[in-house]
Design a protein around this ligand. Structure first.
Ligand code: GLN
Length: 274
């Protein structure tokens, strides 16, 4: 008896959504097609292509790396193992960033540690009048982010290879600096669970307290912010107090923390004095 779409999904040993996404990927159709063709037989070649993806998923590889894409802020982004997979909680950061710039025409924006380009691309997409600079230390990540910008036909942003602020010229102050830096403490059990195991360590780990990168991003921000400019950072759910203290040490003002959609402290923001 021929194996049908329905059989392949049922026997895959995967969570139902993962199975549908990966079968659609293997066949080159979308998920709606699978619904309409669930009694169609699969060729041996199609079965083998799906089984190869399913086996990798069963071994733990993230679905986004297997399909090579993830949607962020409604934008289809290419992703690979050189970058963190964009997370829904980071959309909270984008939302706050857009709110903060509502009154500011032609804002100059910096995204530190851009990875796939998610934050920078979302802002550049929403604000065609903005000029966005996106920094990453990884050339592979930058190449991917540039590919995403090209595909989305976004021309109001550029990518710079830099270790945080290091390669940025002084004297061109930003109206907004945004960052989702690594913030997971070394040795945190989260690092050895699930999809995270396959993501780049440099995008996740940040020293014993998880604050190494945030110390750099926050500590140097005043030198790169315009008067009245804003800083927004993503952080761990239990790091808000420490992050606000770093912001206060850097003489930033109007420091607040906002929750993500799961109700966890996730984003802190501050202003440079006017
Ligand atoms: N939120 C991510 C996680 O928990 C961590 C992302 C980061 O370190 N920037 O997996």
């Amino acid at each position: 008896m021929a194996v049908t779409v329905r059989d392949a999904l049922a026997r895959s040993g995967l969570a139902p959504l993962d199975a549908r996404v990966l079968l659609a990927q293997a066949l080159g159709f979308d998920r709606a097609w699978l619904v309409a063709h669930d009694a169609d037989p699969l060729s041996a070649h199609q079965q083998a292509a799906f089984e190869a993806l399913a086996a990798r998923r069963r071994a733990g590889e993230p679905v986004a790396y297997l399909t090579g894409s993830r949607e962020f802020w409604g934008l289809p982004l290419a992703v690979d193992a050189s970058v963190l997979i964009p997370r829904p909680e980071t959309e909270t950061l984008v939302e706050q960033a857009l709110n903060m710039m509502r009154q500011k025409p032609h804002p100059r924006v910096l995204d530190l540690g851009t990875g796939s380009g998610a934050i920078a691309l979302a802002i550049a997409h929403e604000r065609p009048d903005a000029s966005v600079e996106a920094v990453d230390v990884s050339p592979r990540a930058l190449a991917l982010a540039q590919r995403n910008a090209d595909r989305l036909k976004l021309a109001n942003l550029c990518f710079i290879q830099s270790d945080w602020y290091e390669a940025l010229p002084r004297g061109r102050p930003y109206d907004l600096i945004a960052s989702n830096p690594p913030y997971v403490p070394e040795g945190n059990p989260h690092l050895s669970e699930g999809d995270v195991r396959f993501e780049p360590s440099a995008a996740l780990r940040a020293g014993v307290d998880g604050l190494d990168a945030l110390r750099v991003v926050i500590g140097h921000a005043p030198r790169y912010l315009a008067a009245g400019g804003r800083l927004l950072v993503e952080h761990g759910y239990d790091q808000a107090r420490a992050v606000r203290a770093l912001m206060a040490d850097a003489k930033l003002e109007a420091i607040t923390t906002h929750c993500d959609l799961a109700g966890l402290d996730r984003i802190s923001l501050a202003n440079k004095s006017v």
